[in-house]
Design a protein. Structure first.
Length: 414
């Protein structure tokens, strides 16, 4: 098969033995650096994507994508409003809610909590609460029985289990002949949920009719919780839904309540990515050093080629081919190992944990007990292209230096 002379000689130089073994060592280290940099970058970005996915599914699966509340207090005709909202393209479901901040007490323990009154049947359409029930059923929240569902961490902190009674205290006063007292009510624990996030320690759910009686709401609900098909379209869809309704309504979406958390994750991913790109950059500079030494080692060969009529451009392409081959092989191996590592990172970490007898992600500290990973092909492509580009740029100076070789000067001492 015909190959251009620069490609043929460049490939021969790549695999040829050199008089100076140190050059071979540096060349191998350059390739190993590229493999390591590309592999680690793919694995780390996949793990960051995994954390982002888990947070999005768990936290944003529990909190509403958006809420609509009336500017006039409660929604008395929430059923008709719900029908109009669900008719907006892009909104999958809506469910009524009543919420309040309060405290839970049990056995001398006091914990702050966000209390939600929900319709157990409709709530299953707008959150993943029912999917993460560890004990009991969400449908056990029956009106008039004053049951409560707690997060697993919150229940453990209060020392409460299924069937136990906890006291819910609201920051409102009740006035009776005996004086002024905070509004409180005893609730029976009917279920425990665990989504593996901080929400397990800060949320509690009761039946919406019980919450209305407890909070003395005579009729209606406070608002609607929305579930959208596209998470990132939630702000726009919520406003579109509000505009279809008569009267004034307030709209609040997840970007206002949890947007900063996801911005922080994206920032961390970007910063870690930039830091790891430096590994690839160092490997690219090693290619520069390798090719400079190769050019010095091949001075006589270059001079002979020049005397046979090779142009400076041809000499330059020879060494560019050699550097690009190093970059191509290093990048290719790094991509393959990185993909394998990203797809099996949970198993690899699990094997290391069993071997060393330690647990890297304790469920008592982190919201998950395993290392998540989500391989995005756009990340793989961008990493591979960046590595190849740096490798190509690394060839320019040594190749240019080789093209400047003067045959007479190079052969003087041969």
């Amino acid at each position: 098969m015909f190959r251009p002379l620069p490609v043929f000689i460049g490939l021969r130089y790549t695999g040829a033995k050199r008089r100076n073994h140190f050059i071979s060592f540096i060349s191998a280290m350059s390739m190993a650096g590229l493999v390591l940099g590309v592999m680690v970058l793919i694995i780390v970005l996949s793990v960051m994507n995994g954390f982002d996915r888990e947070l999005r599914q768990r936290i944003l699966g529990m909190v509403p994508h958006a809420t609509i509340t009336s500017a006039y207090g409660t929604m008395t005709d929430w059923e008709s409003i719900k029908s109009k909202v669900e008719a907006v393209p892009g909104i999958e479901a809506a469910a009524p809610f009543i919420d309040a901040q309060g405290m839970l007490t049990n056995q001398g323990q006091v914990k702050g909590v966000m209390l939600y009154g929900i319709d157990p049947e409709l709530e299953q359409r707008v959150s993943i609460l029912d999917e993460h029930m560890e004990s009991g059923q969400l449908t056990d929240l029956k009106p008039g029985e004053f049951g409560i569902v707690l997060g697993e961490i919150l229940a453990r902190q209060l020392g409460a289990g299924i069937g136990d009674k906890v006291t819910v205290v609201l920051p409102e006063a009740s006035i009776n002949p005996a004086g002024v007292f905070p509004r409180l009510k005893r609730f029976t624990v009917t279920g425990l949920f665990a989504v593996g996030a901080d929400l397990d320690a800060s949320l509690a759910f009761i039946n919406i009719k019980d919450s209305a009686r407890f909070m003395r709401i005579s009729e209606g609900v406070q608002g609607l919780r929305l579930q959208t098909k596209d998470l990132f379209a939630a702000p726009r869809l919520a406003w579109e839904a509000a505009m279809t309704l008569p009267g004034r309504y307030y709209v609040r979406d997840w970007t206002q309540t949890h947007g900063r958390l996801f911005q922080a994750i994206q920032m961390e991913k970007t910063m870690i990515g930039l830091l790891l790109v430096l590994i690839i950059a160092v490997a690219a500079f090693n290619i520069v050093a390798t090719l400079v030494m190769v050019v010095t080692d091949k001075q006589s060969d270059i001079a002979i080629l020049r005397t046979f009529g090779a142009t400076p451009g041809m000499i330059m392409r020879i060494f560019m081919v050699q550097g690009c081959v190093i970059g191509l092989i290093g990048t290719g191996l790094g991509v393959v190992l990185g993909i394998l590592g990203a797809l099996n990172v949970a198993s690899i970490v699990g094997w290391i944990e069993s071997l060393l007898g330690i647990h890297f992600l304790s469920p008592d500290v982190y919201f998950i007990s395993y290392l998540p990973s989500e391989l995005l092909w756009q990340d793989v492509v961008s990493i591979a292209m960046s590595s190849l580009l740096l490798s190509f740029l690394a060839t320019l100076y040594p190749a240019w230096r080789a093209s400047r070789t003067q045959p007479a000067e190079a052969l003087r001492y041969e």
